[in-house]
Design a protein around this ligand. Structure first.
Ligand code: LMR
Length: 410
């Protein structure tokens, strides 16, 4: 029974991490996995996280009991507030359902399970390109995935026309996975106006919007700005269809391994005669069954830390500063890399590196160039040309620029 099981290739992103850690050359640079590093190349425990942990451990009621199946209420309510805003109409109308998840991936998994159980049109549209794990998550739940154009390679811009054409052509009721901000891997987000067009077209066709929000606070350093698309979606789609939001706290709180996240579902506005509470009750019961079958109860420790940060004003303030620290260092590195490439006269235009946002730059380097960067220079990035700019620092950026220069000219 076991002898013919197919051997799969290593994970596209974690495979890089593994090769990097086995590489004994010096210097070596990891621009693979999207994880923030400080200016010395080390992982950074945010000051707000340290302060929250201290408060939690000093609390005389500190323990490691189970959370409830839907998660820590202080986390889910705080998470909902930063995602939808203090003045959210959906919140006032009590149309938001939130449950804790194992980071963004766990939330996507809950969404996938929910679609596979209750949605007729089980077709999920993903941007080309997208985070490779999106396809895995939906397909392992028996959903079909399709693609919508996103990236225009020729001028490194958004293919809005192709995107809109896909929305129009998709069977009504299809699910469109949208990156809420800091699109992974391209670092290219639609403008506010383009979001308006995209969401209007989704509404017109009666599609379902599924937002993946993994980088709130990383695109602009500001939580409200980075929730623009989600909030506009809630405004435009509330009369039409439910909206799903998968929220990760891996990056913006720098707690990658603790797996803190939330799954939110916005119930569409109903006729006055409809009992919304009983609809919500039924949905909550189904979500509880999904969570219970998958993880029994959500993970507690990281959730307590994030809940403290979201609910303790002095910690919230510190967290906002921490996000600015991270996002501004990344911006500085974008400029430094671009400037070094320009100074070296590296063939091509490198302005996209500074125009893109979030953790990644879709550099435009080919798979062959990426392979040579790894084999000849010990600089690791994804074969698509995606570089995690967070892996750059004052000590390695010039080395990386020279390595890129060499492979581009080769
Ligand atoms: C990435 O795209 O590098 C991150 O989202 C890490 C991951 O889990 O793939």
């Amino acid at each position: 029974i076991l002898n013919n099981i197919e051997l799969l290739p290593a994970d596209a992103l974690f495979g890089i991490k593994q090769r990097f850690s086995q590489d004994n050359r010096e210097p070596k640079v990891d621009l693979g996995i999207g994880a923030y590093r400080d200016n010395t190349g080390k992982p950074w425990v945010l000051p707000s996280v340290k302060a929250a942990e201290k408060l939690i451990q000093e609390d005389p009621t500190y323990n490691h009991e189970y959370l409830s199946i839907s998660g820590l209420p202080q986390l889910t309510s705080g998470a909902s507030k930063i995602m939808f805003g203090e003045d959210s109409t959906a919140a006032k109308e009590k149309r938001i359902i939130s449950v804790q998840s194992l980071s963004g991936t766990g939330a996507l998994h809950i969404a996938a399970k929910f679609f596979s159980l209750f949605f007729k049109e089980k077709l999920v549209y993903l941007s080309t390109p997208t985070w490779p794990n999106h396809k895995n998550v939906f397909e392992t739940q028996g959903l079909k995935t399709s693609a919508y154009p996103y990236w225009n390679d020729a001028d490194k811009s958004l293919d809005l026309e192709g995107f809109v054409r896909s929305i129009k052509d998709a069977p009504s009721g299809s699910i469109f996975l949208l990156h809420a901000c800091a699109h992974n891997p391209t670092g290219l987000d639609p403008t506010k106006e383009q979001w308006g067009t995209i969401l209007d077209e989704i509404a017109k066709k009666g599609h379902i919007a599924l937002f993946d929000s993994a980088y709130q606070g990383f695109a602009s350093g500001d939580l409200d700005n980075d929730a623009f698309a989600v909030r506009l979606g809630v405004e435009k789609l509330s009369e039409v269809s439910p909206i799903f939001i998968c929220q990760s706290f891996a990056k913006n709180v720098g707690m990658y391994g603790e797996r803190v996240g939330c799954f939110h579902l916005i119930v569409p506005r109903q006729e006055p005669s409809v009992d919304v509470d009983s609809i919500k009750k039924a949905i909550n019961s189904q979500l509880a069954k999904i969570v219970r079958s998958e993880v029994s109860t959500p993970a507690a420790y990281g959730a307590k830390i994030v809940a403290k940060i979201l609910n303790e004003p002095s910690l919230t303030q510190q967290w906002h500063k921490d996000m600015v620290t991270m996002s501004s260092r990344i911006t500085k590195m974008r400029h430094s890399l671009r400037d070094h490439l320009v100074a070296l006269g590296t063939p091509g235009n490198w302005d996209h590196i500074v125009n893109q946002c979030g953790m990644f730059s879709y550099t435009g380097l080919t798979a062959e160039m990426v392979a040579r960067l790894e084999s000849n220079h010990a600089v690791y990035l994804v074969s698509s040309g995606r570089a995690s700019i967070a892996g750059l620092n004052d000590g390695n950026v010039e080395y990386v620029a020279k390595a890129i220069d060499e492979v581009v000219r080769y």
